[in-house]
Write a protein that binds this ligand. Sequence first.
Ligand code: HEC
Length: 235
Amino acid sequence: MKRKLVLLLSSMVMIGSQSAFADNAATAKKLTSLLVAARSVVAGEKKLIDSPKGALDYEKFYDKMDKAYKKVAGDKLTTDDGPTKSMVAAIKEVVEKAYTGGYATAWPEGDYKNKFLPARFAGEVTKAFNAKEKSMFMRLTTRKDFLINEKDNKADDWENKVIEERFVKAGEKNPIQEVAQRDGKAAWRYILPESYSGACMACHGGPAGQKNHKLSGIPGKVNEFGGAISFGIYN
Ligand code: HEC
C-alpha cells in the first residue's frame, strides 16, 4: 500500500515536471516565433532599415507581423498570457522608438552606421523583453566564427556547445532544450537554430562576410547554420 502511494506520488511529480517542460517549450516556441515574425517585417522594409524615423505605419507593421507569425508558428497569434504580452509590448516599444527617431545615432560606427538592421531590431527587442520578464531571458547569438557584435551576442558555454556539436557538426535544424546554467543560475534553456539565406549573403557571405566575421574571417554559406535565438526560464 505504502509502496503504491510512493509510486503514485513520484509518477505525479514526473508528470508534473514533464508538463511544465511542455509548457516551457510552448512558451519558447511562441516567443521566438513572434521575434522571428517581427524581424521579418523589418527585413522587408528597406526604408525603415535605412532611416527609421517616420518610415513606417504602425498598424501596417503589426498587421504584417500577425500574418508573418501565422506563417512561422502555424497558428494565429493569441496574446492572453503574460510572456506574450511582454514580447508584444517590447516589440511595440522598439518599433515606436525607431519611428520617433530614438535610434538615429545608436550605431555610430562601421559600414552599417546607424542602420536599423533586422539583427539590431531583434537585439533591442530582446533587451526590452528581458527588462519586463525577469525570470526569463532571450538573446541572439551565433558561432564564434561568425560573430559580429561581440559585446551583446557572444555565445555562453552552453550555447557554444550546442551550436558547435548539434547545429554545425550534426547539422540539426530543430530547437534543442535542456536544463543548464545561465550566468551561474540553473535554467530551462531552449535554442532555435537559423540558417543563412541568400538575403544574408550581402553581409555574411563572400568578401563582406570575411570582413564582418572579424574573429575568423570565415564567410557564411547559404543554407548553413547562421545564428540562433536563445531563450530560457530560470528555475
Ligand atoms: C545589411 C547587412 C546584413 C544583412 C543583410 C544581414 N545581416 Fe546579420 N548582422 C549584420 C550586422 C552588422 C550585425 C551586427 C549587428 C549589431 O550591431 O548588433 C549582424 C548580426 C547578426 C546576428 C547576431 C550575431 C552577431 O554576430 O552579432 C545574426 C545571428 C545574424 N546577423 C544573422 C543574419 C541572417 C540569418 C541574415 C539573413 C536572414 C542576416 N543576418 C542578414 C549585418 C547583416
